[in-house]
Design a protein around this ligand. Structure first.
Ligand code: GLU
Length: 543
């Protein structure tokens, strides 16, 4: 067969010499050991925890070694493309402080651009044409219906599905048949002519899983689709070579395609990057463990963490805990150090499914947030409120000093014990809501109506915002004593049956009337922040 003529017929026109690409995208001039890694999302608009997981690993390994992390957009599948997806990826990762050095819409070196696969059509075609000329790729005219029928036949026979061996019908078309099909205007794809034999096993060193054995590929996979756009398999091989990637950390769902990728790199004459396949994130669901699912688990989407207002460092700490088995111990010893100082290694990554537990993340979040100063907390909440908060929440930052007082009180700064009540920005804003809005609902008063009235009236009759906390409390004790409650806890404990309750129960009535809640930080301080008018108005409203 005249492969050269066939190649010209299938992909007509002059393409640059293959060597010219080697010259155009030269090996990178980086220090020895520097790793070039990448993130290569499809622009589907859905960016998830698995992406973040891989992003943190790739980012750490690149930057720790003095290398490069770049962003490539794998947009070969137009059906899945969503507008604004690239910005969504970038902003989601920016939140977690993942900084790209180069790539799509990144202000960096563009030697290895373009970064969108659709803009790289020429280079893919040049290499496909070359493979056809070499007799290592061929046109396939099978229709969707024929391929479906083939799959059904193989499934019925319990055979491996796909286009391979005796099933690769178009592989053996004669020159005449090929030209007849072309003359008839039949659409075609280009397939790799695999030389592999599934009887052969290859030993492969995975950067994460260590030594694994894979079966040689014998699938004649599609490398160029009928619209002239390559498949992921082919495009990523070309791109990782010409973007001079040294290490690919990607999800283990790609492990099954690894034999294809090995053959593609070999047939293209490229040195392979190292691959590390990171394990999937699992969730405990009753008795079973399953992969986190887009449909069932909102926490899979990175959008969820921003909307809820998770503190980025907390998510990162949890991700690192899951990613590297020695991180937790390091972090215990170095809680204040920048996370970048931890020495991350692919070898320490988990080899099998990792359990993601949102309760653990919440604990870490509480802990991380409890390390912030009031100023830092304010900035964190303000950033969140500006993007996701209600109007009232946005306005709660108008009086910065007041907000600092609220946070100092609620975080227990300066108190005996630092409080750990805040998990996320949205939850924290809800927690402090009563400082900015009147309660919309009230927890149940645990005294009868007449007693409640008497307590509230008693309070209003003697309330003076100029009182210090001792005087303020002494007045509450008086109200207690005057209404059948023990003014001292001690008294109450020795003879509980002699009282309606203790001063704590009286304070609770005032607390609910002021805030709507039975549990809050120090009530005196809350009323000081609310001020005289507001305190009186709230108590009065419950009369
Ligand atoms: N576009 C592929 C994905 O989104 C990239 C896989 C890889 O990192 O090579 O899953």
């Amino acid at each position: 067969m005249d492969y050269k003529a066939l190649a010209e017929r299938l992909l007509p026109g002059e393409y640059p010499a293959l060597e010219s690409y080697e010259a155009k995208y030269p090996p990178r001039d980086l220090p020895k050991g520097a790793q070039v890694t990448r993130l290569a999302p499809s622009p589907t608009g859905f960016i998830h925890l698995g992406n973040l997981f891989a992003a943190i690993a790739n980012e750490r390994i690149a930057h720790q070694s003095g290398g490069i992390l770049y962003l490539r957009i794998e947009d070969t599948d137009l059906k899945r493309k969503v507008d604004g997806a690239v910005e969504a990826v970038k902003s989601a990762l920016r939140y977690f402080d993942i900084k790209f050095d180069e790539g799509a819409e990144i202000d960096g070196d563009n030697t290895y651009a373009p970064w969108y696969q659709r803009q790289r059509a020429e280079i893919y075609r040049a290499f496909v044409k070359h493979l056809i000329e070499e007799g290592r790729a061929y046109p396939c005219f099978c229709t969707e219906e024929e391929l479906t029928a083939l799959r059904e036949e193989q499934t019925a026979k319990k055979e491996i599905t796909g286009y391979y061996g005796k099933y690769a019908r178009c592989r053996n078309l004669s020159e005449e048949e090929i030209y007849q099909n072309l003359d008839a205007g039949k659409p075609f794809v280009i397939r790799l002519k695999s030389m592999g034999n599934p009887e052969n096993k290859i030993k492969f060193r995975d950067a994460i899983k260590g030594e694994i054995t894979v079966t040689e590929n014998d699938q004649d996979v599609v490398i160029l689709k009928s619209d002239g756009i390559p498949t992921y398999h082919f495009a990523h091989a070309i791109d990782d070579h010409f973007m001079r990637t040294t290490l690919v950390i990607r999800g283990e769902e790609w492990l099954a395609s690894l034999p294809i990728h090995i053959e593609l790199f070999d047939v293209l004459g490229f040195e392979r990057p190292r691959y590390g396949h990171n394990c999937s994130l699992m969730k405990q669901d009753g008795e079973t463990r399953r992969k986190l699912s887009k449909r069932k688990d909102p926490e899979l989407s990175l959008e969820f963490y921003r909307k809820e207002g998770y503190y980025a460092r907390a998510v990162k700490v949890y991700m690192l805990t899951l990613l590297n088995s020695n991180f937790e111990e390091w972090y215990l010893k170095n809680p204040e150090k920048p996370l970048e100082e931890f020495k991350f290694t692919a070898e320490k990554m988990s080899k099998s499914g990792t359990l993601f537990d949102i309760d653990k993340l919440n604990d870490i979040s509480k802990n991380e947030l409890s390390k912030l100063s009031a100023e830092e907390m304010l900035e964190f909440l303000k950033d969140w409120a500006e993007e996701f908060g209600s109007e009232a929440q946005k306005h709660s930052f108008d009086d910065r000093e007041r907000m600092l007082k609220v946070l100092t009180l609620c975080m227990g700064i300066g108190g005996k014990k630092r409080r750990k009540d805040f998990t996320t920005a949205s939850q924290a804003m809800e927690f402090i809501r009563y400082f900015f809005e009147r309660p919309a609902s009230y927890e149940e008063y645990r005294v009868d109506e007449a007693t409640k009235q008497a307590i509230l009236e008693g309070f209003l009759a003697t309330y003076d915002p100029a009182d210090d906390s001792q005087v303020w409390f002494a007045k509450i004790k008086e109200i207690a004593a005057g209404n059948g409650f023990a003014a001292e806890m001690k008294e109450y404990k020795t003879a509980p049956e002699a009282y309606k309750g203790s001063v704590a129960d009286v304070a609770e009535v005032l607390r609910i009337a002021t805030t709507g809640k039975a549990n809050t930080p120090d009530l005196y301080s809350i009323q000081q922040i609310l001020g005289e008018d507001e305190t009186k108005a709230r108590i009065g409203a419950q009369l």
